[in-house]
Design a protein around this ligand. Structure first.
Ligand code: MGD
Ligand code: MGD
Ligand code: SF4
Ligand code: MO
Length: 759
């Protein structure tokens, strides 16, 4: 009997918990939290241990498939890539590079493949039609950070472990385990804020689990966070005065804040937000009284009509209360794989711009090289030059995750060609003509490029694969796709891409003026990492030349792949440190509060003050701890028990609409109509109904047997692709106007209600 114990980072959500995996004779015996993990100290959620079920799931696709005579048929890897070459090239030639689109889904932010090899694929495709889950998620945050700091990647995170006051909007970390704030055991960290005498305030139209454990819950009217945040700014700027703390001397446009926030007094927004002016003024004073406070917002605040303004106001509030870039406030992590900051370099850079090109049909501006997913169907359906005829999806399920999904589903069905890199044949990948299976998470190495840049402590951790894998690694899959997309042919050795990438990284390291490796011999660096697999070579160069690196020997005791390998529980690199001057990339070298596009959008917010309040219901989303977007519903232990895809509704609302707990409602919006069971709860703000996303697993052609038995309904059949946040292109997934009525009693429903004889 061979018994091995492996320690690795959980790849499922942003919390990066350490897992301990015991393998006996090639089979997983047990998965539990790694108590020695430097960051998570043994904490895991119910999903963490299901990496075993995910790995063993018989429905997980393990062999490539090619559509032959309309049917997806098993094929070899070479056949699959040959088919892509045969089909993609002619489309690119006949219809141009923009005719092939790419969609990168959420797990590509969690995989080494997605974070390293997405870029070569994008470059090889040379298409304007680049889409990702970012525009149904955090794009507003990138844009506001781009405007403020010149650096869309520089997202400040709440310093959870040292703050004394956390104001949290549109986030439910007791279910989600946190987002844009990597903090394993987020719930425990919230408890500790309160244990040390601090306060936690949650702003959410629903009394979420997080709201229930907070000191104070404000049930805001959905979609009005930007108004409320501007009212807080108004109160602080007008009554308390601005305190810039560590950022003083590095801010431009402070004087304009009074005019910008003038229309939004707490009294002016009171009716719209449903939060009384006295409460708003009290919270403004608490934020401004010098204590260590952090304001943090997430999905409910970002996937909204004024997502970018709200996201901007959050960081400006941190700034004007002296809490930006100071311990206990909002701070920037220092990821170990990031570029080191050359000593003495003045702040500033090229700045951030959007709209370098626009989408063909709706004219939406490009943001970070991407177009809004809300307009993907427009680009597929509308004939003309540049019409999308082929699509590659990597780790995405847009049919469930994007707005007006019925329309998008039909659009995907009309494509000439589609390739999917995924692990399941699901609602989206069932449209693929070629399916390329990614290995399971346990057959891949893990290094958290994205989330160590969003983490409440500086941490490094590398996990080698637990199991070997017969086929290509996902990095190789994407590299080969890039070669085919770039016209180099399906049989070109992907090594050329690896060499190019590692060569580029080494060049950057040795040519960084004032950097630790300036002038070093590139060949010596390349030699030092040679012999490792491709992704490890890249990580090694980044980590060794990074801010904590061993600088290839010049900094003994520093980090390298070998050090990471010797520390399977991770390396703790300490609490976050102030670093504003390093992260600023604005042309002025200052935090810029006066970006014209942002200032102009405030007029749109002011116009919202004249809108009448909602007359009917509005729909919001939610998450559940045992679920993960659309793709973990095939794990029996996670989906068993009470159905979770229910419409939450307040008692009085249900009564008024003729509905009761357990009855069936028809919910309709401008774009669609769904039928869903009702769950009555006074956790909901009156007038607001809540439905989780990621469900609706009953479409023909998908092959997820457990998920199909717990199908639920797809809330994105109701969300409206025509409404976006204009600055970021982000979809609006909350505060959707809907009507809610009892479902008509059809013969099928009567049959459903009858006990089946003999059952
Ligand atoms: N109404 C509403 N809609 C929402 C949201 C909401 O709150 N409300 N939330 C939005 C948010 S925040 C997000 S991030 C998006 C997510 O939207 P998407 O990224 O489009 O979808 P996911 O549900 O994350 O699906 C991930 C896909 O990746 C596959 N997969 C899993 N692991 C791997 C892997 O290692 N490699 C590969 N190649 N594939 C893998 C899964 O099988 C699945 O097909 O949904 C958004 N949609
Ligand atoms: N268990 C689990 N964990 C996950 C995921 C998952 O699907 N399941 N998904 C992962 C992903 S991709 C992401 S992006 C994160 C998201 O992580 P979070 O941002 O924490 O997401 P949610 O748990 O959906 O919480 C959003 C909250 O916003 C509230 N809300 C809705 N509309 C409004 C509004 O207008 N204003 C305010 N103030 N609140 C509003 C909702 O009621 C809900 O409680 O979670 C990640 N972690
Ligand atoms: S909280 Fe996230 S990272 Fe931690 S075990 Fe659960 S899914 Fe994995
Ligand atoms: Mo997300």
């Amino acid at each position: 009997m061979t018994n091995t114990v492996h320690h690795r980072t959980c790849p499922l959500c942003e919390a990066t918990c350490g897992l301990e995996i015991e393998v006996v004779d090639g089979a997983i015996k047990r998965v539990r939290g790694d108590r020695a993990d430097v960051f998570s100290a043994g904490y895991i959620c119910p999903k963490g241990s299901t990496v075993r079920q995910l790995h063993e799931d018989p429905d997980r696709i393990r062999v490539p498939m090619v559509r032959r005579d309309g049917v997806l048929t098993e094929a070899t890897w070479d056949e699959a890539f040959a088919e892509i070459e045969r089909r993609l090239g002619p489309i690119q030639e006949a219809s141009g590079r923009d005719s092939v689109a790419l969609y990168l889904g959420n797990p590509s932010a969690h995989t080494i493949a997605g974070t390293l090899f997405g870029r070569p694929l994008i470059q090889a495709l040379g298409t304007k039609n680049l889409y990702s889950a970012s525009t149904v998620d955090q794009m507003p945050k990138h844009v506001s950070c781009g405007f403020l700091f010149g650096n869309p990647g520089a997202i400040p995170v709440p310093d959870l472990d040292r703050t004394d006051y956390l104001l949290m909007l549109g986030a439910d970390p007791l279910e989600s385990n946190g987002s844009l704030c990597t903090a394993p055991d987020f719930p425990g960290r919230l408890d500790r804020i309160r244990e040390r005498g601090g306060r936690v305030i949650v702003v959410d139209p629903r009394r979420s689990r997080t709201a229930a454990v907070a000191d104070e819950h404000l049930a805001i009217r959905p979609g009005t966070d930007a108004l409320w945040l501007f009212a807080l700014l108004h109160a602080i700027v007008a009554d308390r005065g601005v305190e810039l703390g560590n950022c003083s001397g590095l801010v431009r446009g402070v004087d304009g804040l009074a005019a910008l926030t003038a229309p939004f007094s707490p009294e002016a927004v009171e009716q719209h937000c449903g939060i009384d002016a006295a409460t708003t003024r009290r919270i403004a004073s608490e934020l401004a009284d010098g204590r260590h406070a952090a304001i943090y917002s997430r999905i409910g605040t970002h996937t909204a009509r004024f997502g970018t303004l709200a996201s901007w106001a959050v960081d400006v509030l941190n700034l004007v209360t002296g809490n930006l870039d100071r311990p206990g406030g909002a701070m920037w992590p220092t990821p170990c794989h990031g570029r080191p900051h050359p000593a003495g370099k003045a702040p500033g850079g090229r700045g951030f711009r959007t709209g370098r090109w626009t989408s063909r049909v709706a004219g939406f501006p490009e943001v970070r090289g991407e177009l809004p997913v809300a307009t993907l169907a427009d680009e597929i359906e509308t004939p003309g030059d540049g019409q999308i005829r082929a699509l590659i999806t990597v780790a995405g399920n847009p049919v469930l995750s994007n707005p007006n999904s019925d329309r998008l589903d039909a659009a995907l069905g009309s494509l000439d060609f589609m390739v999917s890199v995924d692990i399941y044949l699901n609602e989206t990948t069932r449209h693929a003509d070629v399916f390329l299976p990614s290995p399971s998470a346990l057959e891949k190495a893990h290094f958290d490029f994205a989330f160590y840049g969003l983490s409440v402590r500086n941490v490094a951790n590398y996990s080698p694969p637990v199991f070997a894998n017969d086929g290509p690694d996902e990095c190789e899959i994407l590299a080969r796709l890039a070669l085919v997309a770039g016209g180099h042919g399906a049989s070109t050795d992907p090594e050329v891409i690896y060499d190019l990438m590692v060569g580029e990284l080494v060049q950057q390291a040795v040519s960084l003026s004032g950097g630790p490796l300036e002038g070093a011999d590139p060949d010596a660096l390349l030699g030092a990492v040679a012999g490792r697999p491709p992704a490890e070579r890249l990580i090694d160069v980044m980590v060794r030349s990074g801010p904590f690196g061993d600088h290839f020997g010049a900094n003994p005791g520093g980090l390298s792949m070998s050090v990471l390998e010797a520390n399977p529980h991770g390396v703790d690199l300490g609490a976050l440190v102030p670093r504003l001057a390093e992260i600023l990339r604005t042309p002025s070298g200052l935090i810029e509060l006066d970006t014209p596009a942002l200032v102009a959008d405030v007029d749109r917010l002011a116009a919202a003050l004249d809108e009448p309040p909602d007359s009917g219901f509005v729909l919001v989303g939610r998450r559940h701890l045992r679920s993960n977007n659309s793709w973990m519903h095939n794990i029996e232990v996670l989906v068993k028990g009470r159905p979770r895809c229910t419409l939450l509704m307040n008692t009085a609302d249900a009564l008024g609409a003729g509905l009761a707990d357990g009855s069936t409602a028809v919910v309709s919006s401008r774009v669609g109509r769904i039928t869903v069971p009702v769950e009555v709860t006074d956790d909901m703000r009156p007038g607001v109904v809540s439905l989780p996303h990621g469900w609706g697993h009953d479409l023909d052609g998908s092959d997820m047997s457990v998920a199909r038995r717990h199908a639920g309904v797809n809330t994105n059949r109701l969300t409206d692709e025509a409404v976006i946040d204009p600055l970021s292109g982000n979809a609006v997934l909350n505060a959707i106007p809907v009507t809610v009525e009892p479902a008509p009693v059809t013969p099928e429903r009567v049959a459903d209600l009858q006990p089946v004889a003999g059952a």
